[in-house]
Design a protein around this ligand. Structure first.
Ligand SMILES: C[S@@+](CC[C@H](N)C(=O)[O-])C[C@H]1O[C@@H](n2cnc3c(N)ncnc32)[C@H](O)[C@@H]1O
Ligand code: SF4
Length: 432
């Protein structure tokens, strides 16, 4: 197994650089051509011509404390004063109202409403309920809409579980990170592993779909630790697991430096890849095939938010730094600092239309991200590229005819692979 993973690494390295990253949104590569006002006008124009189901993402960037390893866009919800939180909620609900006022939008059925952050429950149960009520009254949610939430296990106490149950939540994504006591200490996670598992069990008892985040590439982490975490979660009855490589970003410089991870050389990156390979192989064996670049799931966990594009749905994103897509148009919000004080109904930093070349690449990129590349509807250029990826061990044939699956190497190198896919039709393939 280790030998196979090493061979897979070496083959893939002939094509892409070792330093992996996840696929980037289009704006991160080529910026936001339109400013905030033009972007809002474009969204309104495009929205008028769109119909069918959509998915909703709500970003709440507050946490109880700031974890040292975290590279997310999140800030501490101040205990003494609610001013910053209240200002945020006002801006968020105004934004929801502005979207809902676009002709036809409120009538579109909502497949999922996914709350991410941050730790959305950190704003308090009443404020959280208020946002859910506004969404329910403003958009086309219905009995089958999947309400989903990302949270720490710490905030999944019985009272919060009751609140979520009362609000109709059906999917909980728990930030476990690790179940190893020594790693949890380094990560600043105070609950004991058995307490985390108890919280997961309490969610499963409600009949919810429950999934968990685990990190790999942590200081001192070895394969046996990751395998034990996966086994404990699988034994607990979890439905899905995301495996995230510990990422370096502006928010965790101190943590990465302190643990000698600020610069990871090829040897270290290859070791991390081997950890991923061990974890992924065990997950497949336990009945959790990959259903997104970083996510493995039993059939119960359809991972609706991450796979919205595969269903051809728009992503209506609200909240600071949130990225959305409306038909042929992508947009991004301002960061938290500017969110409550932006001018206009929707605090956007800008947007842009996909180019004709990008539109041709979109079906393939969407399938690569979903870890499931079916050939239907792909043209010769995309199919030839899939053949190249297969020859490099980044895709493999699945059992079903005409379908490729992302391999572990494909997942590790997904950022470079998708960057190359985006430029397939513009005559400027970037990564080769
Ligand atoms: C935005 S957080 C929300 C979850 C929740 N606040 C928590 O911490 O449990 C989503 C996930 O991002 C992942 N994450 C945070 N920092 C990371 C980093 N430096 N590298 C990779 N993944 C990270 C964690 O696995 C976390 O559960
Ligand atoms: S890991 Fe989660 S709880 Fe910790 S700072 Fe990041 S978003 Fe907040």
């Amino acid at each position: 197994m280790a030998g196979d993973a090493r061979i897979a690494w070496e083959r893939a390295r002939e094509r892409y650089p070792a330093d992996a990253h996840l696929p980037l949104p289009r704006w991160a590569t080529r910026g936001l051509p339109d400013g905030p006002e033009e972007a809002w006008d474009a969204i309104a124009r495009v929205s008028a011509e769109r119909s069918g189901a959509l998915s909703v993402y709500v970003h709440i960037p507050f946490c109880e404390t700031r974890c040292p390893f975290c590279d997310c866009h999140a800030t501490i919800a101040p205990r003494g004063s609610r001013e910053a939180v209240d200002r945020y909620i006002d801006a968020l609900t105004s934004e929801i109202a502005a979207f809902a006022a676009l002709p036809g939008l409120a009538g579109r059925p909502v497949t999922t409403v996914h709350f991410g952050g941050g730790t959305p429950l950190a704003i308090g149960a009443e404020a959280f309920k208020h946002i859910v009520t506004v969404l329910r009254e403003s958009l086309g949610t219905h009995g089958a809409t999947e309400w989903a939430l990302e949270t720490t296990s710490r905030l999944l106490d019985d009272a919060h579980i009751d609140v979520l149950d009362g609000l109709g939540f059906k999917r909980i994504h728990v930030g476990v990170q690790s179940l190893q006591s020594q790693l949890r200490r380094i990560l600043g996670r105070r609950e004991q592993p058995h307490e985390v598992l108890e919280r997961i069990a309490a969610c499963l008892e409600r009949g919810w779909v429950v999934s968990a985040d685990l990190l790999y590439g942590l200081p001192g982490q070895v394969g046996a630790m990751l395998r034990e975490d996966i086994t404990m979660l699988a034994d607990a009855g979890i439905h899905g697991i995301s495996l995230y490589h510990l990422n370096a970003g502006p928010h965790n410089v101190r943590f990465m430096t302190q643990h000698g991870l600020a610069e990871r050389d090829e040897t270290r990156l290859c070791e991390d890849f081997m950890l991923l390979a061990e974890g992924a192989a065990l997950l497949e064996e336990l009945g959790f095939p990959r259903n997104h670049v970083t996510h493995f799931a039993r059939p119960e966990d359809a991972n609706l938010y991450s796979r919205h594009a595969l269903r051809g749905e728009d992503l209506l994103a609200v909240g600071s730094s949130a990225d959305g897509v409306m038909g042929p148009y992508f947009y991004r919000h301002v960061e938290l600092d500017g969110y409550g004080s932006a001018i206009g109904p929707v605090p956007l930093s800008g947007g842009g239309a996909y180019t004709a070349a990008e539109e041709r690449a979109r079906p393939l990129v969407t399938r690569l991200m979903a870890a499931e590349v079916f050939a239907d509807g792909l043209d010769d250029v995309s199919l030839a590229f899939c053949g190249e990826l297969e020859a490099t061990g980044l895709l493999e044939r699945a059992n079903r005819g005409g379908v490729w699956r992302l391999t572990t190497a494909g997942s590790w190198f997904s950022g470079a692979m998708c960057a190359e896919a985006w430029s397939l039709y513009d005559g400027a393939r970037t990564s080769r």
